[in-house]
Design a protein around this ligand. Structure first.
Ligand SMILES: C[S@@+](CC[C@H](N)C(=O)[O-])C[C@H]1O[C@@H](n2cnc3c(N)ncnc32)[C@H](O)[C@@H]1O
Length: 235
């Protein structure tokens, strides 16, 4: 089992945020499956599911899994699903899928696609005890707005800067009381310059959008600026 996994800092952080063990972890939009492979290696779930829409990726991944993670060697098992994440086969994974605990990871795709996939999953399986880890590329505000509108609660959140780009990672669940903040709460650490830069960049992004009179984003700008106020007054 010397299969080397090349994980980005972002994927390493997602991995580190998975503390409890789950019956099912779904590595959605898995690409080469690096995150799921790491989770499988440390047996973070009874079953790690790899889901992607591109057949060639999954054919290769399945071959690698068979070579390196034969079912008999490991207490955790794996399954590969070549599927659109909108059609996640949650209902067919066990005898009692509604009482199993599922963690669904959607990382590395745009925020709008993340919302579309979440809508499809929640409309079919909103009565399951689902937890999600989301790490969208762009449109974090919209994703947070969506999650709040669907009454998901916050388990944890983290901000990772990689290659000068900020990634917000949200661990959220149904039936969790802690509210999700629209601009982030626990993830900010303003003792890190990178976090301040990320916040300033987010404000500038919306200020550029605000130049279009058809786009009303002043409310968003104000909320981000409120986070910046204590930092500004410290200098
Ligand atoms: C950039 S990779 C993300 C890989 C990994 N999750 C990460 O965060 O680094 C995006 C992957 O999403 C897959 N994808 C895009 N839309 C999808 C959908 N609707 N259902 C399943 N997979 C999808 C693509 O085929 C691609 O492999």
């Amino acid at each position: 089992m010397n299969y080397q996994i090349k994980m980005s800092r972002r994927l390493q952080q997602i991995d580190a945020m998975i503390g409890q063990s789950y019956q099912h972890i779904w590595d959605c939009c898995c690409d080469h499956g690096f995150l799921g492979l790491s989770l499988l290696k440390r047996q973070a779930a009874d079953t790690v599911h790899f889901v992607d829409i591109v057949p060639a990726l999954l054919t290769q991944l399945e071959a690698d899994l068979k070579n390196h993670y034969g079912q008999a060697q490991n207490r955790s098992s794996w399954k590969v699903h070549c599927s659109d994440v909108s059609n996640l086969p949650l209902a067919s994974v066990s005898k009692n899928p509604e009482s199993d605990n599922h963690l669904i990871i959607i990382a590395g795709v745009g925020g709008e696609l993340t919302i579309k996939l979440m809508k499809a999953i929640l409309s079919q399986f909103g009565h399951y005890p689902l937890a999600f880890i989301l790490c969208p590329v762009h449109h974090n505000y919209k994703v947070r707005e969506f999650l709040i509108s669907r009454q998901l609660g916050l388990i944890a959140e983290s901000l990772i800067i990689e290659n000068k780009r900020g990634y917000e990672i949200l661990h959220v669940a149904l039936n969790t009381a802690e509210p999700i903040s629209i601009v982030g709460s626990k993830m900010w650490d303003f003792s890190q310059k990178e976090h301040i830069h990320y916040l300033q960049k987010s404000i500038k992004h919306y200020q550029r959008i605000a130049k279009n009179p058809l786009q009303d984003v002043q409310g968003i700008i104000n909320q981000y600026q409120r986070l910046l106020a204590p930092i500004d007054s410290a200098y």
